[in-house]
Design a protein around this ligand. Structure first.
Ligand code: SF4
Length: 358
């Protein structure tokens, strides 16, 4: 695979002394390396360094009956070392709701852990990195939504799931990158307000042209905003018409116009694997680096991944050591607490999403 991936996060496992035997550490290191499937970036020596941490986290998860879920953009040591479920935001919000365990540890950014709490208010939701935000969710407040409602009375408000619980409580329905077109089309009336992603909003405006007017807020994902149509065209010229371009809908319209396939990270992974199986190995991924890392680990056929992914600094804040600490003895700020009235209103918003997405 030719996609240049940024350096892996610094590992600090040496500072821990757990009572695992050399044989247990060796077996865990081999398991990790085989699961991650990037033998150069994750050599056996590196896997040996993190093996005591993953062994200890997995032991504690069992002992404390914790379900650990991780977003696709987390690092491979978390995804393949300790996560019980890995997916995009839509699938994870359902996994949190349906898990039998009463404690969820959510390795991701803050708004996702809040979403898990909204759908499972009676469960304890632990978020190891309270400082892990998101340029989309941090770019809009509940007051911004109230102001839009005052400006456009009676117009339904759809919010991308990348929003805080307080913002969800002010909106009629959440949407994800898997279902935003379907849900927005089904909202009543000939007008809707879409927050906070201006790129996804522009995509909606185009898709619903002639059917609905879409009023769009001005937020953006700082990761997907980096890609440009010009760069994508250059890669197409360099590699040729065999190149399949797969893009996330948080990218600009200019990028999406060049794409052969647009979808959530989960859909991008499935599409890349499908292309590999059909003998079309030249793929350019326009999204966060974690998607490429999962394809490398999960595709059976060899793929040529072109271009340069962009790393989300918020998603990469969490390391195995943060997860271990949060499992051992979570601080107050690592346990998600949301005002009960906000939960009820945000729950209604998410119930609407599950209903309209079917
Ligand atoms: S990739 Fe973008 S949308 Fe996702 S958490 Fe990072 S900043 Fe937010």
């Amino acid at each position: 695979m030719s996609l240049p991936l940024p350096a892996i996060p610094l590992l600090r496992a040496e500072s821990h002394s757990f009572s695992y035997s050399d044989e247990e550490i060796e077996a865990e290191a081999v398991r990790l390396q085989e699961a991650i499937q990037q033998h150069q970036r994750w050599p056996l020596e590196t896997c040996r360094g993190i093996a005591p941490l993953t062994l200890e986290i997995n032991r504690l998860k069992k002992e404390k009956d914790v379900f650990l879920i991780a977003h696709t953009y987390q690092t491979p040591d978390i995804i393949y070392g300790v996560a019980d479920e890995v997916a995009d935001s839509y699938t994870l919000s359902k996994a949190a709701r349906d898990a039998s365990q009463q404690t969820i540890l959510f390795s991701s950014v803050r708004f996702m852990a809040e979403t898990a709490k909204i759908v499972s208010p009676h469960k304890t939701v632990i978020h190891p990195s309270p400082e892990a935000g998101c340029s989309l969710s941090d770019g809009i407040t509940a007051q911004d939504v109230r102001d839009l409602r005052a400006q456009y009375p009676g117009v339904p408000v759809a919010c991308y799931i990348n929003t805080t619980a307080a913002v969800k409580a002010e909106c009629d329905v959440s949407v994800t990158s898997s279902n935003y077109l379907r849900i927005c089309e089904r909202l009543p009336g000939d007008k809707l307000i879409f927050v906070p992603d201006r790129f996804m909003g522009a995509h909606l405006q185009k898709a619903l042209q002639g059917k609905k007017e879409v009023i769009v807020f001005d937020g953006e994902c700082e990761v997907h905003a980096v890609f440009t149509g010009e760069k994508v065209r250059q890669w197409r010229q360099r590699i040729g018409d065999n190149l399949s371009i797969l893009a996330h809908p948080e990218c600009s319209a200019d990028v999406l116009e060049e794409a052969d396939f647009v979808g959530s990270s989960e859909k991008l992974i499935h599409e890349a694997i499908r292309l590999g199986k059909e003998g079309q190995p030249d793929v350019m991924l326009i999204t966060e680096c974690g998607t490429a890392e999962r394809i490398m680990a999960e595709a059976e056929e060899e793929l040529n991944l072109y271009g340069a992914c962009v790393m989300c600094r918020h998603m990469k804040v969490t390391q195995l050591e943060d997860i271990l600490q949060a499992l051992q003895n979570p601080r107050d700020d690592q346990i998600i607490e949301i005002d009960s009235e906000v939960i009820i209103r945000a729950q209604h918003n998410l119930d609407e999403m599950f209903r309209l997405a079917e």
